[in-house]
Design a protein around this ligand. Structure first.
Ligand code: ADP
Length: 639
């Protein structure tokens, strides 16, 4: 099936939701919000896990260091025991295995203080403190000390053993590598001073940290672990950056979509308005519209066209010839006309056709065919506008009949007038023949030499002449006895109907007729048929006089009351009477036209005179001719 031209779109509605463009953006914002919540929750969970690790690692390291320091203290105690047992003198103190071992580990120095506070021995010698060893040891921020008391005699204090050790070396030895790679580990004192550290530099504010007190193994010292692993805030993560970019792109895309949708909506609105206008116009047209595809299938009809043939548009659309509105008796003719149209041979000026209404009545139409072209300029069918001319045809027929009747009437009147004129004209010569004949008979009757046959013939001739005279007289009597059917009538109606009979002639010669009747004109006593004939004669004469003239062609038919009469004037702007008297113009058989009979004005005069009026002809004041006649006003109007 070939594609049908899309002319039936008017009913379908494609609704565009005005907020449709925002949906992708809203959904993506929701998605992003979901991701944000998830990232935030993940960050909180990570921080908690990190803190839990931090606490457990700190406690475990603190336990290890404490245990180590306890071991060192035990070794120092063993040294002290030897001193107490007098098995160790100050001289060999520096070479004692426990002292050397301690120094190899992380002791910095070992000092033996006597019961009076004097230094009994100090190893290594180059680190001997100048004054108070204990204080010096405390002052050294990088070092701690272990001390054990020596018992003296009789419960006197016997001095003490002090081992200074490097807190840094302790950390280095005690902290496993994996812990050092995970945390920055520091030993700090009460005032946050760093005693020892696995890293240089202070703790960063963003680092998670935890402190455990080293008391009592290291009084006033704290072990601090700060995590090297940095938990990025959720809003600075890669997914957030990607999401941000995604939302921005989507925002731009939504904005463009919105613009696009606005312009589409505007175009749709304009299309809808235009479609509504078009359908309103098509339905209110007095002209039927029909579109057919290249195969002749009806693809569109407007309401006027459907009404013309008594169907609904839906019943007709899609039909192929023969159409249901073709006259059944003329199917063959209609089909050949259809084929001619499909071949593009339809007359450009249109053609007349006869269709049949659903109720059986015949519809006369005038069809104008034109190619139907789509937006690409390709012909997709045929478009026709159809005028219903049934009424016009009927009027024309009526008019034609009326004109025929009038012409017949005019011919009869003319015949009567010709006969009457002939009778009048013949009466005199016949009377003269009869008188001459009688005179001749009288003169010859007294002479005996005249052949009685001649006398007889002359008598016969006289008889025939009087017979002819009688016939002529009878004809005249018959014609003059004819009385018009007078009745009160409105002269304006008579004028209008007379002028309308000449409509075609007037428009063919481009003559404009103006009817100017006074308001409230009284009725006249007249035979409307005969007076109409007078109006027709005068207007036709004026039209004939104008037809050869260039420029404006105008006839004014006026009517006004003048005393007991109504005066009707027919004025034209033609060549005028050229000095010819009305007597001459009204004479029977006077004509200046090649095909004229010269009886028109004579008949007009007879008719007007039969109505007791007067026909007149004159030059018009503004040039042209002025014919006028008067008719008596009806008695009813006068009283
Ligand atoms: P016909 O029309 O057959 O010639 P008419 O009796 O109607 O006979 O007219 C007689 C003549 O009067 C016309 O031939 C024409 O010369 C002249 N005539 C009539 N009406 C006019 C007019 N309006 N203007 C000029 N001449 C006119």
């Amino acid at each position: 099936m070939p594609p049908r031209p899309r002319l039936q779109l008017l009913g379908s509605r494609i609704a565009l939701m005005p907020s449709l463009w925002a949906w992708p953006l809203v959904l993506s914002v929701l998605l992003v919000a979901g991701v944000m919540v998830w990232l935030h929750a993940k960050e909180v969970a990570d921080r908690e896990a990190q803190r839990a690790d931090l606490i457990s690692d700190s406690l475990s390291l603190e336990a290890q260091i404490t245990s180590r320091l306890d071991d060192e203290t035990a070794k120092l105690r063993a040294l002290a025991n030897e001193i107490e047992a007098k098995s160790l003198s100050a001289d060999v103190f520096a070479r004692h295995a426990l002292v050397l071992d301690g120094l190899r580990r992380f002791w910095v120095s070992v000092t033996w203080l006597g019961d009076d506070g004097r230094i009994m021995a100090h190893v290594p010698e180059d680190t001997v403190p100048a004054h108070d060893v204990t204080r010096n040891i405390d002052e050294a921020s990088m070092a701690g000390h272990l001390s054990v008391s020596l018992s003296g005699k009789d419960d006197h204090p016997g001095g003490m053993l002090v081992a200074r050790y490097s807190a840094g070396a302790l950390l280095r030895q005690k902290v496993p590598w994996w812990l050092a790679s995970k945390y920055d580990i520091r030993l700090v004192d009460e005032s946050d001073e760093v005693i020892a550290s696995t890293v240089d530099g202070p703790r960063r504010p963003t680092q998670a940290w935890y402190r455990v007190s080293m008391t009592p193994s290291m009084p006033n010292a704290w072990l601090e672990l700060s995590s090297r692993e940095r938990i990025t805030p959720w809003w600075r993560t890669m997914p957030m950056a990607l999401m941000g970019g995604f939302v921005m792109l989507l925002g731009v895309a939504s904005f463009m979509l919105r613009k696009q949708m606005h312009s589409v909506s505007r175009a749709e609105e304009a299309w809808r308005t235009e479609a509504a206008w078009r359908s309103a116009m098509e339905d209110s047209l007095a002209v039927g519209i029909r579109a057919r595809d290249m195969q002749g299938r009806l693809v569109y009809v407007n309401k006027t066209m459907a009404d013309m043939v008594g169907y609904q548009p839906d019943e007709l659309i899609g039909l192929m010839p023969p159409m249901p509105y073709w006259v059944p008796q003329e199917l063959e003719q209609s089909m050949s006309r259809h084929l001619r149209n499909m071949a593009g041979q339809a007359p450009r000026e249109g053609y007349e056709s006869r269709w049949q209404h659903r109720d059986g009545s015949v519809v006369e139409v005038m069809v104008f065919e034109a190619p139907l072209v789509d937006a690409k300029g390709q012909q997709i069918g045929w478009m026709a506008s159809i005028l219903n001319i049934t009424e016009r045809k009927r009027m024309e027929e009526r008019e034609r009949k009326q004109l025929e009747t009038m012409a017949h009437h005019a011919r009869l009147t003319m015949l009567g007038e010709v006969a009457s004129t002939l009778a009048h004209e013949l009466n005199q010569p016949l009377s003269a023949i009869a008188s001459y004949n009688a005179g001749l008979l009288n003169a010859l009757g007294e002479r005996p030499d005249i052949d009685p046959q001649i006398i007889k013939a002359m008598q016969r001739m006289g008889e025939q002449a009087s017979h002819a005279g009688r016939i002529v007289k009878r004809i005249r009597e018959f014609l003059t006895r004819r009385e018009p059917q007078r009745e009160p009538c409105a002269i304006q109606g008579v004028i209008e109907s007379g002028v309308s009979l000449l409509k075609r002639d007037l428009s063919r010669h481009h003559v404009h007729v103006d009817i100017r009747c006074d308001a409230h004109l009284p009725k006249v006593v007249a035979d409307p048929v005969l007076i109409e004939q007078v109006v027709v004669n005068l207007v036709r004469n004026a039209c004939d006089a104008l037809s050869a003239q260039p420029g404006e062609r105008r006839i004014v038919v006026g009517a006004g009351q003048a005393g007991g009469f109504v005066r009707v004037t027919v004025t034209d702007n033609g060549p005028g009477l050229k000095g010819q008297s009305s007597q001459r113009l009204f004479a029977p058989f006077f004509s200046t036209k090649s095909d004229g009979m010269g009886m028109g004005l004579a008949i007009c005069r007879s008719i007007v005179e039969l109505h007791y009026g007067v026909l007149d002809a004159d030059e018009a004041p503004e040039g042209g001719a002025l014919f006028s006649f008067s008719l008596p006003v009806s008695q009813e109007e006068l009283t």
